[in-house]
Design a protein. Structure first.
Length: 311
């Protein structure tokens, strides 16, 4: 029986789902599915071929039950209105209990198995009383899920500086790690206000072309290298990676731009000044700039509570 990649949930999870009786589904079809979380709504993306599945990281399983009917769509609209009321109620409960946490979103599963509360918090939160109060009001299982600031943007952000919908809210299913080294290699401005996304972290798009820059850079002599060109001996001062050009200083102290094809020999791959290795403290600082994505993490539970608090 065919299997399909289906996107579901407010966090746009991806799962590989089978069918009950060999039914076929087309891209974009809105369906009702059964996953590890319960009965949900989802959107079919493509058939789960061997190649497609090999590109996914630990895809979850489940089953496509059927295409959404008109009755299902009416129920989805009703749940959306219910979620708005529950969001306000949850926010009021948090304020009443004076919990140091920020409510981001509430997701009620289509089948009613649970309500997932997404929140931000700096420290560990004892939300046992909150869970009891919400379970009493919602009459279902309550799952508290702590998220990072990049996931907050994934849920709430609309448009980026480029004028298009933010990547994390459209096609990104995982948050790629992004570092300042990527911005420096691509000669992007290092002004934080211009390279930071709606989440306040480095923009995900800084990673898109990074691998290409790295490949192209391998064909260029490094900064500081001593080279022989068809114009004489020179030292590399800077690289124009996409253009395949080098800014070099000749022996007579002239600075000129040459094509990489003009380099005849690389005498040494390091030199004074720019070619020297970075001091240890600078290398450590750059390492600490790495942004690991703030992915969804299960909220830390008090010792006497089980994950996914429930009533």
């Amino acid at each position: 029986m065919p299997k399909y990649v289906v996107r579901h949930g407010v966090m746009r999870n991806l799962s590989v789902l089978g069918t009950r009786s060999g039914e076929t589904f087309a891209r974009g079809m809105q369906v009702i599915i059964r996953t590890q979380r319960g009965i949900e709504t989802g959107e079919v993306l493509c058939e789960a071929t061997e190649h497609v599945v090999s590109t996914m990281t630990d895809p979850k399983g489940g089953q496509i039950l059927h295409e959404q009917s008109e009755e299902d769509k009416r129920e989805i609209r009703r749940l959306a209105e219910q979620e708005e009321r529950e969001h306000k109620l949850c926010r009021d409960c948090i304020a009443q209990l004076q919990l140091d946490m920020k409510l981001i979103d509430i997701e009620r599963l289509f089948g009613g198995e649970r309500v997932v509360v997404y929140y931000l918090a700096e420290d560990r939160i004892d939300f046992r009383q909150l869970v009891k109060d919400l379970a009493k009001e919602f009459q279902t299982r309550i799952e508290m899920r702590q998220i990072g600031v990049r996931d907050e943007a994934k849920l709430l952000a609309d448009y980026g500086d480029c004028g298009k919908p933010v990547c994390c809210n459209t096609h990104l299913s995982e948050m790629p790690p992004v570092s300042m080294r990527m911005a420096k290699l691509q000669k992007a401005t290092l002004d934080p206000s211009k390279i930071s996304g709606r989440c306040g972290r480095l923009k995900c798009c800084l990673r898109y072309e990074f691998d290409v820059y790295q490949e192209l850079q391998k064909d260029l002599p490094p900064v500081g290298a001593q080279i022989i060109t068809n114009k004489g001996k020179a030292q590399v001062l800077a690289q124009e990676i996409l253009a395949g050009q080098l800014l070099v200083q000749m022996e007579d102290m002239r600075r000129i731009m040459i094509d990489a094809s003009d380099v005849m020999t690389v005498l040494s791959r390091s030199g004074g000044g720019r070619g020297k290795p970075k001091p240890a403290h600078e290398a450590q600082q750059e390492s600490q700039e790495e942004d690991n994505g703030g992915g969804v993490a299960q909220a830390e539970q008090p010792a006497d509570e089980t994950p996914g608090d429930q009533e």
